[in-house]
Design a protein around this ligand. Structure first.
Ligand SMILES: [Fe+2]
Length: 367
């Protein structure tokens, strides 16, 4: 293609722009289990990664998403197996659904067991080793589809030791050229400023450590008995994400528990938000209603439970439930695009940019 080929497209009459949400997709436990067994029975891939992406049928642009900007991968390792170290500029949340092993990220080695959640920051070398006696199975969520759309998902094999020493190697650099010595001039009373280019290249660093939220600890904060005065949903917060309250810079993960013997009431209205919600149910049974489509689910089922700007609500039967929800909420806060409508007859709020929802004692439901 030559550099002077382009199109002019009519940009008038742009409002209103109706949103067409993706359809909810349920991936049943049985299908996930079959794929786990198939991955385990296959010959070991060269880099050790026995992996399958779960791709939404509406994802036809090659970005491999389960939602438009998020992928979900089933990862399997047999006992004793180890993956080759990688670096990628996408960030990841992992959830262990079976077995146990050790996750190596940067200089950290952390045990990772069933129902634990972990964050893998961007561009930190990582690999996994199954140190247990059974299959080790993880669900991994990442923003790679968004980066593929931006044509810049960077992935490469690395030697974790070499990466660290290369980063530490110094060159002839004038350390005095940095953001603290660059011009920084206010030019309007409202706050507009002019700044030197150093502010773009010498950016303040916020350390992002790989973190693990062990189920053994997290579960102690969740309510399992009526009246135990614990919460039914908790955010797995990574301090690197600051006021965007993420587990990674793109996603939050929450863990939700619904007590047994406390079934939901009749179906009512839901809420909607621009962030996409994916629920993995690891105990119990219930149903979700997404844009008037009723989707029954049970333990082991993965559900695109809240496609962006779909009206959705979740209901639980007498068995109760445990649910991991992943949402690209922090990404939207960073883009100032997190719009949220809690009641269908209420306002559409731009969360993070105007007053949010107050008096919200217990979130409606997971997701
Ligand atoms: Fe929701």
């Amino acid at each position: 293609m030559t550099a002077d080929v382009f199109n002019f497209v009519d940009g008038s009459h742009a409002a209103p722009a109706p949103i067409q949400p993706w359809s909810p997709i349920l991936v049943p436990c049985e299908a996930i289990e079959r794929e786990i067994e198939r991955l385990a029975d296959a010959p070991r891939p060269e880099d050790g990664r026995r992996s399958t992406l779960i791709v939404h049928p509406l994802c036809t642009d090659g970005s491999l998403g389960f939602g438009p900007g998020v992928d979900v991968t089933i990862n399997v390792l047999k006992p004793g197996e180890q993956t080759r170290a990688l670096r990628r500029n996408s960030n990841q949340i992992e959830f262990c659904i079976r077995g146990s092993g050790t996750m190596y990220v940067g200089h950290n080695a952390q045990p990772f067991n069933r129902w634990d959640v972990a964050s893998i920051p961007s561009m930190q070398p990582y690999y996994h080793k199954n140190t247990g006696n059974e299959l080790w199975v993880r669900l991994t969520y990442s923003n790679a589809p968004l980066l593929r759309k931006l044509a810049v998902h960077w992935v490469d094999y690395v030697d974790p030791v070499q990466i660290r020493s290369a980063a530490a190697a110094g060159e002839d650099i004038n350390e005095n050229i940095n953001r603290s010595t660059a011009p920084d001039i206010q030019i309007s009373a409202d706050g507009a400023r002019l700044r030197g280019y150093e502010f773009l290249t010498d950016i303040q660093v916020v350390e992002n450590k790989p973190l693990v939220w062990p189920w053994e600890t997290v579960s102690q904060a969740l309510s399992f008995e009526k009246g135990d005065e614990k919460r039914n949903i908790m955010l797995l917060y990574n301090p690197a994400t600051g006021r965007r309250n993420g587990t990674t810079h793109s996603f939050f993960a929450t863990l939700f528990s619904r007590q047994k013997g406390n079934p939901s009431g009749p179906i009512g209205r839901g809420h909607k938000h621009s962030s996409v919600a994916i629920n993995y149910h690891f105990s119990g049974r219930g149903k979700s209603v997404v844009d008037n489509v009723v989707v029954p689910w049970k333990a082991g089922d993965l559900l695109l439970s809240g496609p962006s700007w779909s009206e959705h609500a979740h209901y639980y039967d007498h068995e109760g439930a445990l649910v991991l929800t992943v949402q690209d909420h922090p990404l939207h806060i960073g883009m100032e695009s997190l719009i949220w409508q809690e009641r269908m007859d209420g306002p559409i709020l731009n969360l993070g940019s105007e007053d949010g929802q107050k008096g919200y004692i217990g979130p409606r439901q997971a997701g």
